[in-house]
Ligand binder design. Structure first.
Ligand code: SAH
Ligand code: SF4
Length: 388
């Protein structure tokens, strides 16, 4: 291990003040960010437009240390998943989802998650630790440099070249972990994603997905408003307390009010509500009707997510017919509703399947109480202890 500071973890403001303290002009920070994030350069000696003396100083104090992949798999549908070793037997996952008009990178914010939603394999594994800014941004840095390599291959093959910066056009904080419970490290990472000297992504194309950490939603609105997705999953407190245990702390009424406050600052004029479709648990017509009442309280779009099963969950995906009927009921009530296409499930890269599941690599610090299950209609929801 090195005691040098990792440049991947520094946003423009931090780097500018560090360099100024060492007597350098502010534009040097911008120049450096461009080398590191836009040209994916990890070696100071290749930064040829920086004076040799400056490069030597940088070499003394800093490093550019990305993540090491321990797995790199591509699905039949083109979805690509990397598993990264983050030390101490912890692993995290990053997923790239190519589509015709965009490329979306799904980034992890924590190794594990304390919220412990029973339908999520990350929640199932317990909480290990928060990722650092460098580890969050390192996923984008690594994916971008890998995907750029593929682009040059495409060009040799005579295919249409794609601008490298367009390869990752969207970022969603929907990988492992609850981003708003790692706010301190998340914020500089978001700023780097948006910074024109780094990744230059539009605020509308960077999405933070949260299970509903109300005070941090307010902070995000102030500090760095980006697109917001809220994992709703249940239309009443009784059910949501079980499906998203954080609801006990921030119930629906508070969550909806926070969404409306967020919208005053948001780059988009709606919040995306994510709603996982669990057979016999939250997918009845009555649930749809309750959901309609919720959706009327916030400018929103609904995204139905067919549940991706994993062995220990004991839950089932709603049938296609049920998802269709549920969706139609919402649409007939005037709620914009889409259904998420499942991508990458053949390589366990689909939503909720990210568990860093290399044998013995993931330290489980939070044990599931196997004996406690709550029957809900035909489904059975295991209960987890929530670590505060
Ligand atoms: N912690 C944040 C972001 C990570 S989870 C959050 O909960 O919003 C990203 C999305 O994947 C959430 O909407 C989550 O509910 C969904 N998800 C989790 N497990 C899933 C599963 N097994 N099948 C489908 N979607 C799942
Ligand atoms: Fe955590 Fe989100 Fe998974 Fe819930 S769905 S356990 S909040 S990562």
């Amino acid at each position: 291990m090195t005691d040098k500071q990792n440049l991947l973890g520094m946003d423009l403001e931090t780097l500018t003040s560090e360099l100024q303290e060492a007597g350098h002009k502010p534009f040097r920070a911008k120049q450096l960010l461009r080398w590191v994030h836009q040209r994916s350069e990890a070696d100071f000696s290749n930064m040829t437009d920086l004076a040799k003396g400056f490069r030597a100083q940088l070499e003394d104090r800093y490093c550019i240390h990305s993540l090491s992949p321990i797995l790199d798999k591509t699905s039949n549908d083109g979805t690509r998943k990397w598993l990264f070793d983050v030390g101490n037997n912890n692993a995290i996952e990053t997923v790239f989802i190519p589509e015709d008009d965009r490329g979306t990178l799904c980034i992890s914010s924590q190794a594990g998650c304390t919220v412990a939603c029973p339908f999520c394999s990350t929640g199932y594994q317990g909480f290990n630790r928060n990722l650092s800014t460098a580890e969050i941004i390192g996923q984008l840095w690594y994916a971008r440099s890998e995907l750029q390599k593929n682009q040059s291959v495409a060009r040799i093959d005579g295919q249409m070249p794609v601008e490298p910066e367009r390869v990752v056009s969207n970022v969603v904080m929907m990988g492992m972990g609850e981003p708003l419970l790692n706010y301190k490290e998340l914020l500089p990472a978001l700023r780097l994603m948006l910074d024109d000297h780094a990744y230059g992504l539009s605020r509308r194309r960077v999405t933070v997905s949260t299970s509903g950490v109300v005070p941090m939603m307010d902070r995000l609105a102030e500090d760095c408003p980006v697109a917001l997705a809220v994992s709703l999953h249940a239309p009443n407190d009784e059910l949501r307390d079980r499906l998203v245990p954080l609801n006990k702390k921030y119930p629906l009424r508070e969550l909806l009010a926070a969404c409306n406050r967020y919208l005053e600052h948001a780059p988009r004029d709606f919040v995306t509500f994510e709603y996982i479709m669990l057979d016999g648990v939250n997918d009845s017509d009555q649930h749809a009707d309750e959901l309609i009442e919720i959706a009327k309280q916030v400018r929103c779009k609904l995204n139905l997510i067919p549940f991706n099963p994993f062995p220990q969950s004991g839950l089932k995906r709603s049938s296609n017919n049920r998802v269709r009927a549920f969706s139609e009921r919402l649409q007939n009530a005037g709620i914009v509703t889409t259904t998420r296409k499942t991508r990458g499930d053949d390589i366990d890269a689909a939503c909720g399947q990210l568990a860093g599941d290399v044998k013995d690599r993931t330290k489980i610090t939070q044990k599931r109480r196997d004996d406690e299950v709550i029957p809900v209609a035909d489904g059975v929801i295991p209960i987890y202890e929530v670590r505060q």
